[in-house]
Write a protein that binds this ligand. Structure first.
Ligand code: F0G
Length: 364
């Protein structure tokens, strides 16, 4: 659908063959844009929509980047694909690498990746190395491997990844134009490496350059980080041109447990030039937002809920007015992190295998 905005044709289903050298698709995209009337009401906003990227084939937005990135790798003819990951990138790379019939290597921070994501990478047959270090250490190593010609890097430093992720912006704008009669004022999204932020900014820039979108219609890019891993927010708040790496990071939102957003040079200007901002939220606020979304029927992992938690904080601070139309991106599915979901949802109750005992508990 968006081939004209991409570097080469993607979106073909089926395995690679010599007639279809760049077709590595499962297929991805076209994710739902949900109404969330209760959260919209509570936050007092004219219009709030949630674009749930957890509804992609491997359960996160990374699939949009991998269809282009792995397609490029296959076209070039590399031997080994590799990434560092907090989990979702590795799951997506493993699946798309498997689809392309290519060897895949993933480096994960030991003990800091949600169970569903490791399981995906394992079953899709990636070689998984658990590194005694943080995500940032893993990425340093993968960059070294790529520099030495030992692997083709498929983290969001790879520009083909961001090309694919631009389609999130295209879908949001197209849906709003067709169904809501206008464009959203703001897009709020979680930030880790800030690749998605950079991709959306590139999408908007290209549309403006092509004359397809007026400059004043560009949504304000608003990034959210967990308070325990917020170097990007720090840079925005300090008005700094660069981001300082945080050596120590911690958050329940393990997907965005990242100390050095490597796409900062491409995304800091995006937040600033669109009139957006960045905000840090506490883990408790993330969990609350995860519950709030779940109670509207939308199951997301903690990092995804950060977008809603950030929106709530900005509303409370008065930085977002009630007349704004806002889209929150939820980037990954609830089942990615079953432990976090169970902890946020509460314990099941035990009962004897007896109708009377069940009725006694639930009330007649
Ligand atoms: N949300 C989820 C669920 C993610 O998995 C990530 C990144 C982000 C948000 C942040 O996106 O890096 O483009 O700013 N996950 C990467 C990974 C780092 O390895 O899966 P970003």
């Amino acid at each position: 659908r968006y081939a004209a905005a991409l570097p080469f044709e993607t979106g073909r289903t089926g395995p690679l063959d010599s007639d279809h050298p760049s077709g590595v698709s499962l297929p991805e995209g076209d994710t739902p844009l949900y109404e969330v009337p209760r959260i919209e009401d509570e936050l007092g906003l004219d219009r709030l929509r949630v674009k749930h990227e957890g509804m992609n084939p491997t359960g996160s937005f990374k699939d949009r980047g991998m269809t282009v990135g792995v397609g490029a790798a296959a076209a070039v003819g590399v031997d080994r694909l590799a990434c560092a990951s907090t989990g979702n990138t590795s799951a997506a790379l493993a699946a798309y690498g498997a689809r392309a019939g290519l060897e895949t290597l993933v480096l994960l921070p030991a003990g800091k990746v949600a169970a569903g994501k490791v399981a995906q990478a394992a079953l899709h047959d990636a070689r998984i190395l658990e590194v005694d270090g943080n995500f940032d250490d893993c990425l340093d190593i993968v960059q070294d491997l790529a520099d030495r010609g030992e692997a083709y890097l498929l983290n969001s430093l790879n520009p083909f990844r961001l090309e694919g992720q631009k389609t999130i912006g295209l879908e949001i704008l197209e849906r709003f134009r067709d169904e809501e009669g206008g464009y959203p004022d703001r897009i709020v999204l979680p930030v880790g490496n800030a690749g998605n932020t950079a991709a959306l900014y590139k999408c908007f820039r290209e549309l403006v350059q092509a004359g397809a979108l007026a400059r004043e219609d560009v949504p304000k890019l608003t990034g959210v980080q967990a308070a325990g891993a917020a170097p990007f927010v720090e840079a925005i708040e300090n008005g700094s041109e660069t981001v300082e790496r945080w050596e120590t990071v911690e958050t329940i939102a393990t997907a965005i447990r990242i100390g050095e957003p490597v796409n900062a040079p491409k995304s800091l200007p995006g937040v600033r030039e669109t009139g957006g901002t960045a905000v840090a939220v506490a883990d408790e606020a993330i969990t609350q937002a995860q519950r709030d979304l779940a109670r509207e029927g939308i199951g997301v992992e903690p990092a995804s809920a950060a977008s809603v938690a950030g929106l709530r904080k900005l509303r409370e601070r008065g930085e977002i007015t009630s007349d704004e139309e806002v889209v929150c991106l939820t980037t990954g599915h609830l089942l990615k992190d079953p432990e976090a979901a169970a902890a946020a949802g509460g314990e099941p109750e035990s009962v004897a295998a007896d109708t009377g005992a069940v009725l006694e508990l639930v009330g007649e």
